[in-house]
Design a protein around this ligand. Structure first.
Ligand SMILES: [Zn+2]
Length: 462
């Protein structure tokens, strides 16, 4: 008998790999966690394992550039939810990295994870106006802790405008990626906050999170008019990259201290709904069904409301997430599909802001846009795999040529769902059943020691 050539062979799927100009039915051969061969009629008898994927779409593994997996936000069930949703690599948008390492170890589902570390005033930096040396220390600690990027959470926990500009500048000179949920102590996290963010970046590289969250009609009265303004500014700002999601509910911390929600976003939504911006206001909003509480049921998170929501929130000691019906489709869809005159997407990537927040709808909404004719399937791959891989420097991801990481998402186009999530050649989800455990932390060289100490697998990114 001939020796086995492939560890895993995916046979007869429609492989969609825009970076290698491939779209057609072929077999994909995997050895040692890497793609080694793509072609017609690869020898099935020489594969240790073959999965027949006739009629399915075989895509470079989907990368969700904005999710939440931390314990403090009640999102540790997210690993499993992401694997089930067809995501092979996810980037946590807040951290802190020690919680993500712990989560990978305790709750991991076999997917790759990288994380930001949030510049949280009063917790990880001394105040809303951290000094230059506070910020340098924070950057160093973040990378050493295992983060690959910094998160400015201005909408929730704003810094002064001056300190925000310092973080962007110091991170840029250290070559560290910064993501900004816009807003400062002087400007709310709306479209004005976005305009301010562009100004504070001063031409330096900056990634702006969830553009849709600033286009809810607060500025012009019309979500669509907000989106048009946002797209116009993005087109004139080549230093700014961005992402957006397509889902009606937002997600924000429900944590209260001294009788008040810690997050400005949560307080604003309570006021919006006619409630007091206090713990008792949030209690009433949950009981009334205005705020949905994120709670774990059967190892995954779901939205619950009313008495059940209230009980779940109290049980978590208020430290979970809540969601409001915040996002209008009239701005979300244009933001997801708009292109510039050269034919490039204006908003760089699609995300979900999901993970432990139960809205991991990248495949569902992405294929929905494809069915609508608003995106081609190749464009969906661009926004949900190629672009996020490029953003974060995941150089061996985003394509399926020989030498690429064997991260693959297999989709059933008829039902619009992922049927297989394959990470480094291992099947971590099949037919809705999550099989993977643990997972790989993507780190910089500075984070290797902490990843090792945390007992997780790791991979150093360029
Ligand atoms: Zn988020």
């Amino acid at each position: 008998m001939a020796s086995k050539v492939y560890d895993l062979l995916l046979s007869r799927g429609r492989i969609i790999d825009p970076l290698n100009q491939r779209d057609g039915v072929a077999d994909l051969g995997i050895v040692g966690g890497k793609v080694v061969e793509v072609g017609e009629e690869l020898p099935v008898d020489r594969a240790a394992q073959t999965v027949a994927v006739d009629g399915r779409l075989v895509l470079p593994g989907l990368i969700d550039p904005h999710v939440h997996l931390s314990y403090w936000f009640g999102c540790q069930a997210g690993y499993r939810m992401l694997a089930r949703a067809g995501i092979t690599t996810a980037v946590d948008a807040a951290g802190p990295p020690d919680e993500i390492i712990r989560g990978l170890r305790e709750r991991g589902a076999g997917i790759n994870v990288a994380t930001h570390n949030v510049v949280w005033p009063g917790r990880f930096v001394p105040s809303t106006d951290p000094s230059k040396s506070d910020i340098d220390r924070f950057i160093e600690n973040s990378l050493r802790g295992g983060a690959i990027a910094l998160k400015l959470l201005g909408g929730h926990f704003p810094l002064t405008a001056e300190a925000t500009a310092r973080v962007i500048e110091q991170a840029a000179s250290a070559g560290v990626f910064v993501t900004f949920h816009v807003g400062t102590t002087r400007t709310p996290g709306d479209l004005n906050g976005f305009f301010e963010a562009v100004e504070l970046a001063g031409g330096r590289r900056l990634h702006v999170a969830h553009m849709n969250a600033y286009c809810r009609g607060q500025l012009s009265g019309e979500p669509l008019a907000d989106a048009v303004q946002a797209l116009d500014v993005l087109q004139r700002s080549p230093n700014i990259t961005s992402d957006s999601y397509v889902f009606s509910r937002n997600g924000t911390p429900a944590l209260c201290t001294d009788g008040v929600p810690v997050s400005r976003v949560t307080r604003n939504w309570l006021v919006e709904g006619g409630y007091e911006a206090t713990e008792s206001g949030l209690t009433q909003a949950i009981l009334d069904g205005f705020a949905w509480v994120i709670a774990e049921r059967d190892s995954e998170n779901v939205f619950v409301q009313g008495e059940e929501g209230y009980a779940a929130w109290r049980e978590a000691g208020t430290d979970t997430g809540v969601s409001f019906e915040a996002n209008p489709y009239t701005s979300m869809i244009p933001l997801a599909i708009a292109k510039d005159s050269k034919g490039d997407f204006i908003v760089t990537a699609l995300c979900t802001d999901g993970g432990g927040i139960p809205r991991n709808a990248l495949v569902e909404k992405g294929l929905g846009l494809v069915r609508l004719g608003a995106l081609t399937i190749q464009e969906f791959v661009q926004k949900a795999s190629i672009a996020p891989a490029h953003l974060y420097g995941f150089n061996d991801k985003g394509h399926l040529g020989p030498g690429a990481d064997a991260d693959v998402t297999v989709l059933d186009p008829l039902h619009g769902v992922a049927t297989h999530t394959i990470v480094e050649g291992r099947i971590v989800m099949e037919g809705g059943r999550v099989l993977g455990r643990g997972g790989t932390l993507l780190v910089t060289t500075a984070g290797v020691k902490e990843a090792r100490a945390g007992g997780v697998e790791y991979q150093v990114i360029a």
